[in-house]
Design a protein around this ligand. Structure first.
Ligand code: GDP
Ligand code: MG
Length: 177
Protein backbone atom coordinates (compact mmCIF):
# COMPACT_ATOMS: atom_id res chain seq x y z
CA UNK A 1 0.00 0.00 0.00
CA UNK A 2 2.77 2.35 -0.86
CA UNK A 3 3.60 4.15 -4.01
CA UNK A 4 4.03 7.36 -5.85
CA UNK A 5 6.62 9.14 -7.89
CA UNK A 6 7.22 12.86 -7.79
CA UNK A 7 4.04 14.80 -7.18
CA UNK A 8 2.12 11.67 -6.35
CA UNK A 9 0.74 10.54 -3.06
CA UNK A 10 2.19 8.18 -0.55
CA UNK A 11 -0.32 6.19 1.45
CA UNK A 12 0.94 3.91 4.20
CA UNK A 13 -1.24 1.54 6.16
CA UNK A 14 -0.02 1.12 9.71
CA UNK A 15 -1.62 -1.15 12.30
CA UNK A 16 -1.73 -0.85 16.06
CA UNK A 17 -1.57 -4.18 17.84
CA UNK A 18 -1.10 -5.39 21.40
CA UNK A 19 -3.19 -6.62 24.29
CA UNK A 20 -6.39 -4.98 25.36
CA UNK A 21 -6.10 -1.76 27.44
CA UNK A 22 -2.41 -1.09 26.75
CA UNK A 23 -3.39 2.31 25.33
CA UNK A 24 -3.54 1.75 21.55
CA UNK A 25 -6.62 3.91 21.04
CA UNK A 26 -5.25 6.67 23.23
CA UNK A 27 -1.95 6.68 21.37
CA UNK A 28 -3.79 7.15 18.10
CA UNK A 29 -6.03 9.83 19.58
CA UNK A 30 -3.03 11.68 20.97
CA UNK A 31 -1.18 11.49 17.67
CA UNK A 32 -4.22 12.62 15.70
CA UNK A 33 -5.43 15.35 18.00
CA UNK A 34 -2.10 17.09 18.47
CA UNK A 35 -1.32 17.31 14.84
CA UNK A 36 -4.44 17.43 12.73
CA UNK A 37 -8.19 17.35 12.89
CA UNK A 38 -9.55 14.03 13.87
CA UNK A 39 -10.77 12.14 10.85
CA UNK A 40 -12.01 8.78 11.96
CA UNK A 41 -14.10 6.31 10.10
CA UNK A 42 -15.77 3.33 11.58
CA UNK A 43 -15.78 0.21 9.47
CA UNK A 44 -16.99 -3.24 10.32
CA UNK A 45 -14.99 -4.21 13.37
CA UNK A 46 -12.15 -1.78 12.74
CA UNK A 47 -11.44 1.91 12.69
CA UNK A 48 -8.68 3.99 11.15
CA UNK A 49 -7.55 7.57 11.06
CA UNK A 50 -5.55 9.23 8.36
CA UNK A 51 -2.81 11.69 9.17
CA UNK A 52 -0.72 13.68 6.75
CA UNK A 53 2.94 13.83 7.67
CA UNK A 54 5.74 15.68 5.92
CA UNK A 55 8.76 13.48 5.28
CA UNK A 56 11.65 15.26 3.57
CA UNK A 57 9.24 17.62 1.86
CA UNK A 58 7.02 14.80 0.63
CA UNK A 59 3.44 14.48 1.69
CA UNK A 60 2.81 11.12 3.27
CA UNK A 61 -0.62 9.92 4.30
CA UNK A 62 -0.45 7.56 7.22
CA UNK A 63 -3.59 5.50 7.53
CA UNK A 64 -3.43 4.17 11.05
CA UNK A 65 -5.70 1.31 12.00
CA UNK A 66 -6.96 0.73 15.49
CA UNK A 67 -8.79 -2.35 16.66
CA UNK A 68 -12.33 -2.05 17.95
CA UNK A 69 -11.49 -4.14 20.98
CA UNK A 70 -11.56 -7.49 19.19
CA UNK A 71 -8.04 -8.24 20.50
CA UNK A 72 -9.74 -9.08 23.79
CA UNK A 73 -11.08 -12.18 22.09
CA UNK A 74 -7.90 -12.86 20.11
CA UNK A 75 -10.01 -12.25 17.06
CA UNK A 76 -8.06 -9.69 15.07
CA UNK A 77 -8.81 -10.75 11.51
CA UNK A 78 -6.53 -10.96 8.50
CA UNK A 79 -8.45 -8.03 6.98
CA UNK A 80 -7.03 -5.85 9.71
CA UNK A 81 -3.48 -6.68 8.67
CA UNK A 82 -4.02 -6.75 4.92
CA UNK A 83 -1.76 -4.31 3.10
CA UNK A 84 -0.05 -3.03 6.24
CA UNK A 85 3.47 -1.72 5.71
CA UNK A 86 4.05 -0.69 9.32
CA UNK A 87 3.06 -1.80 12.81
CA UNK A 88 3.28 -0.52 16.36
CA UNK A 89 3.30 -3.39 18.81
CA UNK A 90 2.19 -1.92 22.11
CA UNK A 91 2.49 -3.18 25.67
CA UNK A 92 1.86 -1.53 29.04
CA UNK A 93 5.00 -1.03 31.16
CA UNK A 94 2.90 -1.47 34.30
CA UNK A 95 1.52 -4.89 33.29
CA UNK A 96 4.00 -7.66 32.55
CA UNK A 97 1.42 -9.95 30.97
CA UNK A 98 1.07 -7.44 28.13
CA UNK A 99 4.84 -7.57 27.59
CA UNK A 100 4.75 -11.37 27.59
CA UNK A 101 2.18 -11.20 24.79
CA UNK A 102 4.46 -9.23 22.47
CA UNK A 103 5.94 -12.37 20.88
CA UNK A 104 2.48 -13.66 20.07
CA UNK A 105 1.62 -10.36 18.38
CA UNK A 106 4.84 -10.47 16.40
CA UNK A 107 3.95 -14.00 15.26
CA UNK A 108 0.57 -12.73 14.11
CA UNK A 109 2.28 -9.97 12.20
CA UNK A 110 4.61 -12.44 10.52
CA UNK A 111 1.67 -14.64 9.57
CA UNK A 112 -0.31 -11.83 8.00
CA UNK A 113 2.19 -9.33 6.67
CA UNK A 114 5.16 -9.09 4.40
CA UNK A 115 8.50 -9.51 6.20
CA UNK A 116 9.48 -5.97 5.21
CA UNK A 117 6.76 -4.45 7.41
CA UNK A 118 8.32 -1.69 9.57
CA UNK A 119 7.87 -2.67 13.19
CA UNK A 120 8.19 -0.72 16.38
CA UNK A 121 7.91 -1.97 19.94
CA UNK A 122 6.12 0.56 22.13
CA UNK A 123 6.14 0.43 25.92
CA UNK A 124 3.23 2.71 26.75
CA UNK A 125 2.22 4.34 30.07
CA UNK A 126 5.79 5.36 30.98
CA UNK A 127 4.18 7.95 33.26
CA UNK A 128 3.37 5.06 35.62
CA UNK A 129 6.96 4.84 36.86
CA UNK A 130 5.83 4.11 40.43
CA UNK A 131 4.13 0.87 39.38
CA UNK A 132 6.52 -0.08 36.58
CA UNK A 133 6.54 -3.85 35.96
CA UNK A 134 8.81 -4.03 32.89
CA UNK A 135 12.18 -2.28 32.85
CA UNK A 136 13.38 -0.10 29.99
CA UNK A 137 16.26 -2.54 29.56
CA UNK A 138 13.90 -5.49 29.03
CA UNK A 139 12.05 -3.56 26.36
CA UNK A 140 15.28 -2.60 24.64
CA UNK A 141 16.60 -6.15 24.76
CA UNK A 142 13.47 -7.67 23.29
CA UNK A 143 13.44 -5.06 20.53
CA UNK A 144 17.06 -5.81 19.74
CA UNK A 145 16.47 -9.57 19.67
CA UNK A 146 13.53 -9.18 17.32
CA UNK A 147 15.04 -6.40 15.21
CA UNK A 148 12.47 -3.76 16.10
CA UNK A 149 12.65 -0.09 16.89
CA UNK A 150 11.86 0.64 20.51
CA UNK A 151 10.35 3.53 22.38
CA UNK A 152 8.58 4.11 25.66
CA UNK A 153 5.62 6.45 25.38
CA UNK A 154 2.89 8.04 27.42
CA UNK A 155 -0.34 8.80 25.64
CA UNK A 156 -1.45 10.48 28.85
CA UNK A 157 1.48 12.90 29.10
CA UNK A 158 2.12 13.01 25.37
CA UNK A 159 5.63 11.63 25.69
CA UNK A 160 7.26 10.32 22.48
CA UNK A 161 3.94 9.65 20.80
CA UNK A 162 4.64 11.79 17.76
CA UNK A 163 8.18 10.45 17.57
CA UNK A 164 7.09 6.82 17.67
CA UNK A 165 4.62 7.19 14.81
CA UNK A 166 7.00 9.31 12.77
CA UNK A 167 9.86 6.84 13.17
CA UNK A 168 7.71 4.08 11.70
CA UNK A 169 6.49 6.31 8.88
CA UNK A 170 10.04 7.38 8.07
CA UNK A 171 11.24 3.76 8.08
CA UNK A 172 8.49 2.77 5.64
CA UNK A 173 9.45 5.71 3.47
CA UNK A 174 13.10 4.62 3.53
CA UNK A 175 12.10 1.05 2.66
CA UNK A 176 10.42 2.11 -0.55
CA UNK A 177 12.69 4.91 -1.71
P1 GDP B 1 -6.56 -0.12 24.10
O1 GDP B 1 -7.53 -1.15 24.56
O2 GDP B 1 -5.20 -0.71 23.86
O3 GDP B 1 -7.06 0.67 22.92
O4 GDP B 1 -6.34 0.91 25.32
P2 GDP B 1 -7.05 2.31 25.59
O5 GDP B 1 -6.44 3.37 24.72
O6 GDP B 1 -8.51 2.14 25.53
O7 GDP B 1 -6.57 2.60 27.08
C1 GDP B 1 -6.85 1.69 28.13
C2 GDP B 1 -6.75 2.39 29.46
O8 GDP B 1 -5.43 2.82 29.70
C3 GDP B 1 -7.62 3.63 29.56
O9 GDP B 1 -8.14 3.68 30.86
C4 GDP B 1 -6.64 4.76 29.33
O10 GDP B 1 -7.05 5.93 29.99
C5 GDP B 1 -5.37 4.22 29.93
N1 GDP B 1 -4.17 4.75 29.27
C6 GDP B 1 -3.90 4.79 27.96
N2 GDP B 1 -2.69 5.32 27.72
C7 GDP B 1 -2.18 5.66 28.91
C8 GDP B 1 -0.94 6.26 29.35
O11 GDP B 1 -0.05 6.61 28.59
N3 GDP B 1 -0.76 6.41 30.69
C9 GDP B 1 -1.72 6.04 31.61
N4 GDP B 1 -1.44 6.24 32.88
N5 GDP B 1 -2.89 5.49 31.23
C10 GDP B 1 -3.11 5.29 29.92
MG1 MG C 1 -8.72 0.39 21.77
Amino acid sequence: MAGGQEGEEYLFKIVLIGDSAVGKSNLLWRFARNEFDQNSKATIGVEFQTQVVDIDGKEVKAQIWDTAGQERFRAVTSAYYRGAVGALVVYDISRRTTFDSVKRWLDELTTHCDTTVARMLVGNKCDLENIRDVSVEEGKNLAEEEGLFFMETSALESTNVQTAFEMVIREIFNNIS
